[in-house]
Ligand binder design. Structure first.
Ligand code: HEC
Length: 150
């Protein structure tokens, strides 16, 4: 039972570790991604897709999940598999928590390592095909697509 004495300390330290990871992910996003995606992940209409309140929709299908890591900006990034995994998990939760399915499981490092090797060659076409398929089951996305003509 002596271990119980340290429980508050252990909880505190693990909380601090989680914060540190979020901080590292944010800094990596600032360095490697926000030049194109902007600090609020709103992108540039017609050029860089909006991830804010949107990117989570992709997690409703396996293909969509895979697409998020296979896009060139992610797969060809200079970051390590570990750092990319951290950024991806931080990104979807920070910018698009409301669009995530309730079954969402965080990306794993081994998953990201494999997907990075399968770079997407035609992102624009593939993304629309994936989004239309998901929209058939997710009315909120269907409404978004109709409204913004993405
Ligand atoms: C040079 C500009 C650029 C950089 C840097 C960049 N991206 Fe992208 N990103 C894009 C464009 C453009 C797309 C749309 C797909 C495509 O054409 O590649 C995209 C698509 C995405 C997507 C898929 C979302 C969607 O709606 O299609 C994700 C996720 C993503 N980027 C994350 C990142 C992350 C994370 C980083 C940093 C590691 C990053 N990007 C760096 C330009 C960039």
């Amino acid at each position: 039972m002596a271990a119980l004495k340290y429980l508050p300390l252990i909880l505190l330290l693990s909380g601090v570790a989680a914060l540190a990871d979020d901080h590292r992910a944010r800094v990596n996003y600032q360095i490697h991604c926000q030049g194109c995606h902007l600090p609020d992940a709103s992108g540039f209409p017609g050029k860089v897709p909006r991830m804010n309140d949107f990117v989570g929709y992709f997690l409703h299908s396996r293909e969509g999940r895979e697409f998020l890591v296979r896009v060139p900006g992610v797969s060809a990034s200079r970051m390590s598999d570990e750092d990319i995994t951290e950024v991806m998990n931080w990104l979807v939760k920070t910018y698009s928590a409301d669009q995530l399915p309730s079954t969402f499981e965080p990306f794993t490092v081994s998953e990201v390592a494999v997907l990075r090797e399968q770079r997407e060659n035609d992102p624009e076409r593939t993304r629309m095909r994936i989004l239309r398929t998901i929209a058939a089951d997710v009315p909120e996305l269907a409404a978004e697509l109709a409204q913004t003509d993405q």
